[in-house]
Design a protein around this ligand. Structure first.
Ligand code: NAD
Length: 369
């Protein structure tokens, strides 16, 4: 398997966590005999410092020639005075748009070992494994007209979807659900919004092509409650841009730390993979960053860009194993609890690497028998 991955480490803890994620990818390549190449590129504040632009043309051109983009995080307080289109975050928005991914995938998983880190009770979060599929290029964030008239104190945004935009993201959700627990929950506000009525009618139509997958519809307001009350009931949650933005953040509390959350954006020219967290300037350079969100993002590259499902699972299992063994970066540590070992960013990366190597060795030994 050959894979060319653009690595845009970015700012703050971005380089620290992407280093751990690429080491995991290198290990998978080495252990499985794959040919992964890594193409570094500048983005965000570091790109502004070196080139004057948050997304230099060279970065975008080389990203477009790769099979996948792994992005760390962008954001640096020293650029806070710049206008929004010149700040590090502009580079992120530009690359997302240029790569054209329309389906944003965000898993929300409860790790038994971290059940105390979530504000929800362990019996509520137990065994939760939700995959959000959020439409990323349409809806309220992109619809026109949009304006703010400061004379009349009136402002407008437009929630607009076409049938084709709903079909393509719904297909992603059904395809993924077919490989999981075969249930799609589509979230809308069809009791009030015409856009949601189009959404619901279209998703219902697409569902006919996936008879093995159960479809249910939920209204976004009640869904916000169900996710907190009975998160275990959900497998793939399909929704439009704004609702998905809010609900996937809400479900993030199930996992317990921002540092644990991966994401992927697929369907465009090149898939974009990034941990959910930002550049965390408050802990950058201290060795406190949790690299697991980035490492789990690497697992998503294996699953969605390399078609190496077994290896993706092996990385995820290695993360489970290390957490079960009590290793904790600062964000997921709970005081001086017995059985917990505090570790740095690098140590955590190394531990996952070791656990992964052991599991791949075991798998290869079994094949050899
Ligand atoms: P943040 O995600 O950077 O940090 C929020 C809090 O979570 C901080 O206390 C931080 O220390 C902690 N945290 C985040 N990731 C962590 C990790 N891996 N391990 C341990 N702790 C972690 O959000 P913020 O503070 O609101 O923003 C900081 C900068 O990042 C800003 O410039 C913002 O614009 C940018 N940002 C970038 C992205 C992105 O690149 N995708 C996303 C969000 C924010």
């Amino acid at each position: 398997m050959k894979l060319k991955i653009a690595v845009l480490a970015g700012d703050g803890i971005g380089p620290e966590v992407t280093q751990q994620a690429t080491q995991i990818l290198r290990a998978v390549a080495e252990l499985g005999g794959h040919d992964f190449t890594f193409v570094p590129g500048l983005i965000g504040g570091t790109a502004i410092t070196e080139t004057g632009s948050p997304l230099p043309t060279a970065t975008l051109d080389s990203a477009l020639e790769c099979d996948a983009v792994l992005l760390g995080a962008v954001g640096d307080n020293k650029f806070n005075a710049l206008p929004p289109d010149k700040r590090p975050e502009a580079g992120l928005l530009q690359i997302r748009q240029a790569l054209g991914g329309f389906a944003n995938l965000r898993p929300s998983i409860a790790y038994a070992a971290l059940s105390e880190s979530s504000p929800l009770r362990p019996e509520v979060t137990k065994d939760v494994d939700i995959l959000f599929v959020r439409e990323l290029l349409g809806g309220l964030y992109f619809g026109a007209p949009r304006w703010w008239n400061k004379e009349t104190n009136e402002a407008i945004n437009t929630m607009r979807y076409t049938r084709d935009e709903v079909v393509r993201v719904a297909r992603v959700a059904f395809e993924l659900a077919a490989k999981r627990r075969r249930k799609v929950t589509s979230v809308d506000k069809a009791n009030v919004l015409e856009v949601s009525q189009l959404w619901r009618a279209t998703v219902t139509e697409v569902a006919k092509d996936y008879p093995s997958v159960t479809l249910e519809h939920q209204l976004v307001d009640s869904m916000a409650m169900h996710i907190m009350n009975i998160p275990r009931n959900f497998d793939v949650v399909l929704t439009e841009n704004l609702f998905g933005d809010i609900l996937s953040d809400e479900a993030g509390v199930i996992t317990g730390s921002l540092g644990m959350l991966p994401s992927a954006t697929i369907g465009g020219a090149v898939n974009l993979y990034e941990p959910v967290h930002g550049s965390a300037p408050d802990i950058a350079g201290t060795g406190k960053a949790n690299p697991l969100g980035a490492i789990l993002t690497a697992a998503m590259i294996l699953r969605h860009s390399a078609n190496l499902e077994q290896d993706a699972k092996a990385v995820e299992q290695a993360v489970h194993k290390i957490l079960d063994a009590g290793y904790r970066t600062a964000d997921i540590a709970r005081g001086q609890q017995p059985g917990q070992t505090p570790v740095s960013t690098q140590e955590m990366g190394k531990l996952v690497h070791q656990a992964l190597a052991e599991s791949i060795d075991r798998r290869q030994a079994m094949h050899a028998v």
